[in-house]
Design a protein around this ligand. Sequence first.
Ligand code: UFG
Length: 344
Amino acid sequence: MSNKVLVTGGTGYIGSHTVVELQNNGFEVVIIDNLSNSNKDVLERIQKITGKRPIFENFDLCDAKKTNDFFKKHADIKAVIHFAAYKAVGESVLKPLKYYHNNLVSLVNLLQAMQENNVSNFVFSSSCTVYGQPDELPVTEQSPIKEANSPYGDTKQISERIIRDTTRANKSFKAIALRYFNPIGAHESALIGELPLGVPNNLIPLITQTTIGVRKQLSVFGDDYNTPDGTCIRDYIHVVDLAKAHIIAIKRLLHNGKRNYEYFNIGTGRGNSVLEVINTFEKVSEQKLNYKIANRREGDVEQVFADTKYANSELGWKAEKTLDDALLSAWNWEKYYKKNLYNK
Ligand code: UFG
């Protein structure tokens, strides 16, 4: 029997790590990606790690006909993991329509094509951004969904509603939304990792790029928050732990989960401040980071970290890697990647 899984956005950061885990767990993988924020080289690197090159189709899910034709061609797909989306919070504020159009039209096309072709298992890449700044910490799955801080966050909230309503209207359609906290780190092989095009937005690539000399200095955005050291607190989760949660979600869907729509917090349950991250990075990399304290960044929430009890007990999943592991792997990836660039 087929165990083929479609991974949209499978050449991207979280997507590529999930493809590796899927293949290591015996799943056959087909990737759809339009390479808008990733590179095809990733396929070779996945092959180096797993011994298998995933099937790859390059097109945009905003094209409804191509999306539907794809399912006709791959009639044996059993489940879909949907990563493909834009994710830059700041850009979404400047270009909201770009975000609403891409993230929502692709989702609707995908769900329609799945229903038309009788594919009924869906895992969605959601985010803790759906909680905004929670009133109580750690944040549980029952915490209220507050107004999103950005159009990007809005697209995640709306996407979850679209998926929920689809499962309500079609009882045989099953979905799991995974609400990621802050994914960081890279595969231990250092063959795949986060590869932002242009200037990164996220803390860890900015730290590693500054340390290796691509950037001069890191700005810590605010040290006057109401936290022990004044800097913002996040729940940083190793991307490989995160990828593994998707394997469990897929297996749960294929073996009939409890309800036809479920959502889980995927974090470590620990909060770390920006300064703690910097100090840990300096320790594990044995490097000095050039940084300064700067003004707050607009739209940042002060602190957010997960209550992971529900994911731990229901999914039997738990983050296993430490912040040290994650930061060291990010540093190894940066060094390996740079080395490879110079060799070209
Ligand atoms: N930070 C700095 N300096 C930088 C970059 C970031 O101090 O140069 C700080 C931020 O202020 C924040 C922390 O590092 O306190 C983490 O920032 P990131 O940009 O890495 O991550 P965010 O928490 O802002 O965003 C992440 C994901 C989003 C998601 C959001 C939900 O990148 O996709 O979590 O909270 F929406």
